[in-house]
Design a protein around this ligand. Structure first.
Ligand code: GTP
Ligand code: MG
Length: 335
C-alpha cells in the first residue's frame, strides 16, 4: 500500500511528510508511516510487552513540480490514496486553491479518458476484442468528469473497474484534504473548504503544520504535554491513521504477549484464516481455531482474561469467522 502527499506548491506537503514520519531532518521523498493507535499502547501496558509494533505503510512526498501531465500522471499509478495539502495558513483563498487543484486532477483524468477513447476509435479495425463495454464506461466517466465530479463517487462496480485494469485514474482513488492551518484563521474560510469537500465527497482533516514541525524538536514527554494542551480530539497522526483506514476500508486487529503487542491491518470483511496469513504463513497453514476477545470487552474487564472468560466474552472461532475492528486474536495452530 502506498499513500501520496499531493497539493499545490508550498502548501506544506514536505512539512506533513516530516510530521508523519516524525523526523525533522528526513531526506528523500519516501518513508514508512506508523499508524498510531492508542489501543496498542494500552494493550502493551496490560501485557507488559517489551515491544509495540504498529501497522505501517509507505508514504511519498510528491513534489508539485511535475503536475499531472505526462510523466507526472503515470508516476501516480501505484498510489492507493492521496492526501491533498492545502495552504490555509497564508493563502487568502484556500478554498479557491483547492478547487482549482481538484479541477486539474479532473482535467488530467479527462485527458486520459479522451486519449483512450481516441485510441480505441483508431484501432477499431485492428482490435479483435470487444471494446463496446469499455467505450460505454469511458463515456460515462467522461460525462462525470465534465460535470466536475470525481470518478470515485459514481459507484462503479467491481466488474466495471476490471475494464479499467491497466489504467489508474486519479479521481477513482480516495483523496483526503488536509487543511494546513494556523490558529486565528477565519472560520468562514475553514467552512468554505469543508463545504466544498462534502460536495465533492472528499473527507478532510485539520493539520497545524508549523506547530507540528516545532513539536518534533521536543522530547516525547513534552510532546504529550502539548497534545494534552491542544485539547482532546486533535492528535494529528492518530486522526490521520483513522481516516486512512476508513477510506481504504481497513480494520485493525491485535496480537499481544510479553514479547510484543502488534497491530495488524486487514481489509474489512476478511476472515480469521486470512488474518492468520497476515501474521505468518505457517499459522495459516496449521490453523486450528482462533480465540477472540474484542478490545472494548477486554478493557471493560480491566484486561483480566479471567473476567473475560467469566463474562462469556472470549469466543472460539473457526476459519470463516469475519474479523472485526479491535479483535484481539490468539490463534491456535499446529504444524
Ligand atoms: N506559517 C506557516 N508556515 C508553514 C506552515 N506549513 C508550512 N509552512 C512553511 O511554508 C513553506 C513551504 O512548506 P513545505 O512543507 O516545504 O511545502 P511543500 O508543499 O512541500 O512545498 P513544495 O514542495 O515546494 O511545493 C516552508 O517555508 C514552511 O516552513 C504553517 O502551517 N504555517
Ligand atoms: Mg516539498
Amino acid at each position: 500500500m502506498k499513500i501520496g502527499i499531493i497539493g499545490p506548491a508550498q502548501s506544506g506537503k514536505t512539512t506533513m511528510f516530516k510530521v508523519l514520519l516524525q523526523s525533522a531532518d528526513i531526506t528523500g521523498d519516501i518513508g514508512m508511516f506508523k499508524f498510531m493507535d492508542s489501543r496498542i499502547e494500552k494493550l502493551s501496558n496490560i501485557y507488559s510487552s517489551k515491544k509495540k509494533v504498529y501497522p505501517e505503510t509507505a508514504f511519498l512526498d510528491i513534489g508539485s513540480g511535475e503536475g499531472f501531465t505526462g510523466k507526472g500522471y503515470s508516476k501516480l499509478d501505484t498510489i492507493d490514496l492521496f492526501i491533498c495539502v492545502i495552504n490555509s495558513f497564508f493563502s487568502q483563498a484556500p478554498k479557491k486553491d483547492l478547487e482549482s487543484y481538484i479541477t486539474d486532477i479532473i482535467l488530467a483524468d479527462l485527458e486520459a479518458i479522451q486519449s483512450r477513447l481516441a485510441r480505441i476509435e483508431k484501432d477499431r479495425m485492428k482490435i479483435k476484442t470487444d471494446t463496446e463495454a469499455e467505450t460505454k464506461l469511458l463515456k460515462k466517466c467522461q460525462e462525470t468528469l465534465e460535470n466536475s465530479k470525481l470518478l470515485r463517487n459514481i459507484g462503479l462496480t467491481k466488474d466495471e473497474l476490471k475494464l479499467f485494469s491497466g489504467f489508474s485514474f486519479i479521481s477513482l482513488r480516495p483523496i483526503v484534504v488536509a487543511m494546513n492551518l494556523e490558529e486565528a484563521r477565519p472560520d468562514s474560510q475553514v467552512k468554505a473548504i469543508e463545504e466544498y469537500c462534502s460536495s465533492m465527497g472528499m473527507r478532510h482533516i485539520v493539520f497545524f503544520g508549523k506547530q507540528e514541525l516545532e513539536l518534533l524538536e521536543l522530547s516525547p514527554e513534552e510532546r504529550d504535554q502539548f497534545s494534552r494542551e491542544m485539547g482532546s480530539g486533535y492528535n494529528f497522526r492518530e486522526n490521520m491513521s483513522k481516516l486512512i483506514c476508513n477510506e481504504l476500508k481497513l480494520i485493525t486487529f491485535f496480537t499481544g504477549g510479553d514479547k510484543d503487542t502488534t497491530g495488524w491491518h486487514l481489509e474489512s470483511g476478511l476472515s480469521a484464516i486470512e488474518a492468520a496469513g497476515k501474521i505468518h504463513s505457517d499459522i495459516k497453514r496449521g490453523f486450528i481455531r482462533a480465540e477472540v476477545v474484542n478490545y472494548e470487552d477486554f478493557i471493560r474487564c480491566e484486561g483480566n482474561m479471567q473476567k473475560v472468560r467469566e463474562a462469556g466474552l472470549l469466543k472460539v472461532e473457526g476459519k470463516e469467522y469475519v474479523i472485526k475492528d479491535g479483535d484481539i486474536l490468539n490463534i491456535r495452530f499446529n504444524i
